[in-house]
Design a protein. Structure first.
Length: 605
């Protein structure tokens, strides 16, 4: 590790001294590709030490298959848990203990969940998020569950966690889904938003585990026949951080009045006013965009800013797809593809949208090419890709962008080939009794569209095969299917790898073996702002290539990728400057001519 004293300037303000820690990854010289960067992944799970396997509820998704949320799966979270500079992995399970894999380097991991106190062997774990809520330098953990009680774990800094749920006032018992840390009031402390879906269980204990509840079949036929009806749901919860280790439920006074089947939440400052805005996806109806008013309250602006939203929305993610500094919004719609159980190959066009959620099964069901052809006023039956017009409004362009796909769940954004444009990885598939359907690796062309390269990159078909070996249900094979995924440079070689949590089988651990291209990575350390720097906007200028990232904790469906911001440099060999606008500030902190091919730790002045 080498430390440099660098000069920074903040807009027109006087020059200040910035200490930047540069962690160079390489002990040997690298050979740089002179051609267009390719993309390639290899599944290295077998030699990684990751022995985790997700388990389903056999009484719900096996012989007596039920149409309910017990097939929605569990999350994967990435963070540097022990502060050694390497990204660790938290994998969650419905039935059985969670796993916390500490990164020992060279893609080798050890499970320390039980020793650390975060294994949760008697909980139906769904999602969660790491965040330093007490600003003490250690990543704390919030975990959501299906009715076994959400948990807040404070990182003691010695390899163990303390359950402080009760004393912190951050508990909730319901059918929770995603958790997200963000500083909505810019007071320097991370607040917490938790989404909940709807009541799909009874008080009767599950046949699979006494701590879990028995599920019931959802009336999917009625829901699909009445797509614009209010199908209820449980309200989300906004916990304000009091700054003393406790939280207050401010949901009602904040105006975030989402009471739906909200599977995911993502934040992004879409209008660049300095305050994080909130989007929640809805599994059965109109989604929600909440504008942060800057005074502790939010206003719902969905119809005004977006128009129609995805009816069966799952993963949602703000990310800058166009390199203009304004985040786009991508939402994947799984439930609008539930009209068929059969092998979609040759039956459906995965890029098509229909005018009803019943697809071809609807009377006179037809493919739509324009939103107004949909038999609904405020929803679309398929994915939505909202391109930011930079005036507070968005244009939906999923079709022309190549971002419609089939049976999608989660979203991961990252520059996987280091060409300077953020790409997308989308998890997909259903498992029994459905046929196999592949995940997508959607490479950004830089021209407003994406191209699927999953097969060419070695991601599809999976190395273990399309069906789970040795598992048959009612004489039928059980197809592999993915739910959540996260990106991080786990081996420190300058490109983004992927960890994928799959439903009822082992993960995929995909090492990025793409052509080597220059890069720079940025780790933020807030002082007046929250220590994680969540909400900060980072701009990197390298010649004609200008890139932007907004730091956030989670988003994309039960997913938290590495908090380190990754920038590929394409053909550039140097960076002219890095600019950081910290939460609550307007003038950028500037670092001129930083070293490339390194991880740069930027501390807020």
């Amino acid at each position: 590790m080498c430390q440099f004293v660098m000069k920074s300037r903040e807009g027109a303000m006087q020059r200040v001294v910035l200490v930047a820690t540069l962690l160079c990854f390489f002990s040997v010289c690298r050979i740089w590709s002179k051609n267009e960067p390719s993309v390639r992944f290899t599944d290295v799970l077998r030699d990684s030490g990751i022995g985790f396997k997700h388990h389903f509820f056999r009484s719900e998704q096996g012989e007596d298959y039920r149409m309910n949320q017990y097939d929605h799966g569990s999350g994967v979270l990435v963070a540097d848990v022990n502060g050694d500079g390497l990204m660790d992995i938290y994998l969650q399970d419905f039935l059985g203990p969670n796993a916390l894999y500490i990164n020992r380097g060279k893609l080798k991991f050890d499970d320390v969940a039980k020793k650390s106190g975060v294994d949760m062997p008697e909980d139906v774990s769904v999602g969660g998020s790491f965040g330093d809520y007490d600003n003490d330098g250690d990543m704390d953990l919030y975990v959501t569950t299906y009715h076994t009680g959400n948990r807040l774990f404070r990182n003691r800094g010695d390899g163990t966690f303390e359950d402080v749920t009760k004393s912190a006032g951050a508990g909730h018992v319901g059918h929770s889904s995603t958790a997200l840390w963000f500083d909505f009031d810019l007071d320097g402390y991370l607040d917490l938003y938790v989404t909940n879906i709807g009541p799909f269980t009874t008080a009767e204990p599950s046949l699979d585990a006494p701590y879990a509840r028995r599920g019931v079949n959802l009336p999917l036929g009625y829901i699909m026949n009445n797509p614009e009806a209010d199908h209820g749901g449980e309200p989300g919860v906004l916990f304000k951080n009091n700054g003393d280790g406790t939280f207050a439920d401010v949901t009602k006074q904040s105006g975030i009045n989402s009471r739906q089947w909200n599977g995911d939440v993502t934040v992004g400052d879409y209008d660049q006013d300095g305050y994080p805005d909130v989007y929640t996806s809805n599994m059965f109806g109109e989604n929600n965009l909440f504008h942060n008013n800057g005074n502790g309250t939010f206003s719902k602006v969905t119809r005004k800013m977006l128009g129609r939203t995805s009816w069966g929305g799952m993963g949602a993610l703000f990310f800058d797809a166009t390199n203009d500094g304004y985040p786009e919004l991508y939402v994947v719609d799984m439930h609008s593809d539930m009209w068929t159980h059969h092998d979609p190959a040759g039956v459906v066009d995965p890029k098509a949208k229909y005018d009803t959620p019943r697809g071809k099964n609807a009377k006179n069901g037809r493919v739509v090419t324009k939103p107004e052809q949909t038999r609904a006023k405020w929803v679309l039956y398929g994915n939505t890709f909202f391109v930011n017009r930079r005036d507070g409004t968005f244009e939906e362009r999923s079709g022309v962008a190549g971002l419609e796909n089939f049976w999608p769940w989660g979203i991961v954004a990252g520059d996987f080939n280091n060409d300077g444009w953020q790409d997308l990885f989308v998890t997909a598939g259903m498992g029994y009794p459905y046929a196999y359907w592949p995940n997508s690796l959607l490479m950004n062309t830089g021209k407003g569209s994406f191209v699927d390269r999953a097969a060419a990159a070695g991601i599809e078909p999976p190395a273990q095969g399309k069906y789970i070996e040795g598992l048959q249900i009612k004489g039928q094979p059980c197809s592999r299917s993915s739910r959540s995924a996260a990106a991080a440079d786990f081996d420190g070689d300058g490109d983004l790898d992927l960890i994928v949590n799959n439903f009822n089988h082992e993960p995929y651990f995909l090492r990025n073996d793409s052509s080597k291209v220059h890069f720079v990575q940025v780790r933020l350390r807030g002082k007046k702002a929250n220590r994680d720097g969540f909400g900060a906007r980072v701009k990197i200028v390298s010649g004609d290539l200008v890139q932007y990232r907004e730091a956030h904790s989670s988003g994309g469906y039960l997913t938290q990728s590495s908090p380190v911001l990754h920038f590929g440099l394409a053909n550039a060999t140097q960076v002219d400057r890095i600019e950081v606008i910290w939460p609550g500030t307007k003038d950028p902190q500037v670092v001129a001519m930083p070293q490339v091919d390194c991880l740069i730790t930027l501390e807020q002045p």
